[in-house]
Design a protein around this ligand. Structure first.
Ligand code: ZN
Ligand code: FE
Length: 256
C-alpha cells in the first residue's frame, strides 16, 4: 500500500508525502518549505528517503538542501533541467521509471510551464504527481515552453486511465473553474463540478486530488478537441495547438 499525505503550505501549495508500507520508505514530492515536512514526518515516525521534484521553481525545490542535510535523502528530478534542481542525485528522462519500495513510477517529461518538468505516475496506486503541468480545471502558466510542447505534455497525461488521481501542486481549482465556465458555460459536468468545488472551498477543504475522468469532462485545456468549446472562443475547426494557445492566453488575462 502507498500512503499519500497532503500538506498544505504557503498560500496555495501542496506538498505530498509518500510512504510505502512494505519497506517503510518515505518520499516527499516538491518540498517548498522544510518545517511542515519535518513536523509531519516526526508525527508519523517516518524518516525521509527521497525527494521527488517536478521542476525547478522555488515553491517546489525550496527545502531540497535543508531536507537533504537533515535526512541524507536522495533527490530525484527531471534530467532535462538537472542543473536547476538543487542537490539532484538521480536525473530521469521521459519513459524511465523510479522504483520506490514496492511501487514503480513511470516518469513523463511534461514541459511547457518550464522546459524541464516531469510527472510521476504510480500506476498501481492510480496516482499522478504532476507539479505545475496540469491542475484541477487548469494547467500551468507557459513560462518557458510553447503551445505545441505544452499540449503534447497535456496529451500524455490525458491518456492515463480515467481513475487516475491527479496530485497537482497548487489549490487553484476555484479560479480555474471560473475561467472554464467563462468559455464553456453550457457544460453540465462543469457546472455540477463547480458547485461541489465551491462548497468544498467554503468549508476550507482541498479540491485536490481530482480524477482524470473529471478533468477530461471539464478542464478546458484537455478539451481542445471539443467543437463547442472551440466555437465559443471563435476557433471552430481550428488546429488543436491554435485552440490550446488561445485558451491559455485567454486564461492569462482572465479576471474572474
Ligand atoms: Zn512552477
Ligand atoms: Fe508552483
Amino acid at each position: 500500500m502507498l500512503d499519500i499525505v497532503q500538506i498544505a503550505v504557503m498560500s496555495d501549495n501542496y506538498i505530498y508525502l509518500l510512504h510505502d508500507h512494505a519497506t517503510g520508505l518515505t518520499a516527499v514530492v516538491d518540498p517548498a518549505v522544510e518545517a511542515p515536512v519535518v513536523d509531519e514526518l516526526m508525527s508519523r515516525g517516518w524518516q525521509l528517503d527521497f525527494i521527488l521534484n517536478t521542476h525547478h521553481h522555488g515553491d517546489h525545490v525550496g527545502a531540497n538542501m535543508a531536507l537533504k542535510a537533515k535526512y541524507g535523502c536522495t533527490i530525484v528530478g527531471p534530467k532535462a533541467d538537472e542543473r536547476r534542481i538543487p542537490g539532484i542525485d538521480i536525473a530521469l528522462s521521459d519513459g524511465e521509471t523510479f522504483t520506490f519500495g514496492d511501487h514503480i513510477a513511470d516518469v513523463y517529461d511534461v514541459p511547457g510551464h518550464t522546459l524541464g518538468h516531469c510527472a510521476y505516475h504510480f500506476k498501481t496506486a492510480s496516482a499522478l504527481f504532476c507539479g505545475d503541468a496540469l491542475f484541477a480545471l487548469g494547467c500551468g502558466r507557459m513560462f518557458e515552453g510553447n503551445p505545441a510542447q505544452m499540449l503534447n505534455s497535456l496529451d500524455k497525461m490525458a491518456a492515463l486511465p480515467a481513475d487516475t488521481r491527479i496530485y497537482c501542486a497548487h489549490e487553484y481549482t476555484l479560479s480555474n473553474g471560473k475561467f472554464a465556465l467563462s468559455i464553456d458555460p453550457d457544460n453540465q459536468a462543469l457546472i455540477k463540478r463547480m458547485e461541489t468545488i465551491t462548497a468544498l472551498r467554503n468549508a476550507g477543504t482541498a479540491t485536490v486530488p481530482s480524477l482524470m475522468g473529471d478533468e477530461l469532462a471539464t478542464n478546458p485545456f484537455l478539451r481542445t478537441n471539443d467543437p463547442i468549446l472551440a466555437a465559443n472562443i471563435g476557433l471552430n475547426g481550428a488546429d488543436r495547438v491554435v485552440i490550446f494557445a488561445k485558451t491559455r492566453s485567454l486564461k492569462d488575462t482572465f479576471r474572474g
